[in-house]
Ligand binder design. Structure first.
Ligand SMILES: Nc1ncnc2c1ncn2[C@@H]1O[C@H](COP(=O)(O)OP(=O)(O)OP(=O)(O)O)[C@@H](O)[C@H]1O
Ligand SMILES: [Mg+2]
Length: 262
């Protein structure tokens, strides 16, 4: 029996800076939608953003903005404001969600650290459960590095997808992520590597990482790079482009492990 059986899949794409988390998140999301895994919630948990524009959308609001509004309301002097805080927070967070056909998205946004209210990462951690409720699947494009993992933002995540581009440093990050979240909760994906190069790396992985399934690899794809450079949405990549095709296979593997066929 799979560990994730009967749990709603909440997948966080993590890894060292620049390994392709955002590109992969966008292509996995496209893959999930193409496979009918809807409604899908996309969380852009990187304060620097990226995922939402890569899928050809614009975010009007963010968790950071919701938090600012909450602080303003609490400081407004309205005596009822404090008792309304919890409801307000739920309301503001849900209001920041942008809905589209088959999916919705929300950005964590950037925030100036003011006031004693929980920082965005804590807010995101607490909000994930509430936000996830009406969705079949949640996909999170995490911030580079380990901060969100150490702050337990990924606490309720069913699969931590660690991305490596095959470099020693990206593999060190994968190893650290495994130690922090538990290797069995992590799965590994290679980006910008073909199957041969990825399998050579898999053969050399440290024994602890053998507990983390390797779900596939996305090859270097010139069309993807060109789309990204020109600001074109990666959702418009041709279905048979190498990156989109391989990401679709990884999306399928993620769905299968979440809902194993008996
Ligand atoms: N498979 C690929 N083939 C070609 N180019 C790629 C591929 N994956 C990612 N890239 C390119 O690599 C760059 C970094 O990708 P991306 O922004 O997705 O990384 P990231 O891990 O999200 O970075 P950050 O840590 O800054 O958020 C981008 O220019 C992107 O177009
Ligand atoms: Mg990114």
């Amino acid at each position: 029996m799979s560990r994730t059986e009967n749990q709603k899949p909440i997948i966080a794409v993590c890894g060292k800076g620049g390994v392709g988390k955002t590109a992969l998140s966008a292509l996995l999301a496209r893959g999930f939608l193409d496979l009918g895994a809807k409604p899908l919630l996309l969380l852009d948990a990187d304060p620097a953003g990226g995922l939402i524009s890569v899928i050809g959308q614009k975010a009007k609001s963010s968790l950071a903005l919701a938090r600012e509004r909450m602080i303003e309301s609490a400081r407004s002097g309205d005596p009822k404001a404090k008792t309304r805080l919890v409801q307000d927070l739920d309301y503001l967070v849900l209001e920041a969600l942008e809905e589209r056909e088959g999916y919705a998205f929300l950005a964590i946004g950037r925030m100036e650290e003011k006031g004693c209210f929980c920082p965005a990462n804590t807010l995101l951690r607490e909000a994930i459960d509430l936000l996830a409720r009406p969705f079949a699947l949640v996909l999170i494009d995490a911030e580079a590095g380990l901060e969100q993992i150490s702050r337990q933002v990924t606490r309720n995540v069913t699969r931590v997808l660690a991305v490596s581009d095959g470099s020693a440093r990206s593999l060190d990050t994968v190893k650290l992520i495994g130690e922090m979240v538990g290797e069995e909760r992590m799965a590994i994906v290679f980006n910008r590597l073909d199957e041969k190069a990825a399998s050579a790396i898999v053969d050399g992985l440290p024994p602890a990482l053998a507990r983390s399934p390797v779900l596939g690899c996305v090859p270097e794809d010139k069309t993807l790079l060109d789309f990204d450079r020109r600001g074109r949405t990666l959702w418009d990549l041709p279905k048979d482009s190498p990156a989109r095709k391989n990401a679709a296979k990884i999306a399928k593997a993620l769905l299968e492990e979440a809902n194993p066929v008996n």
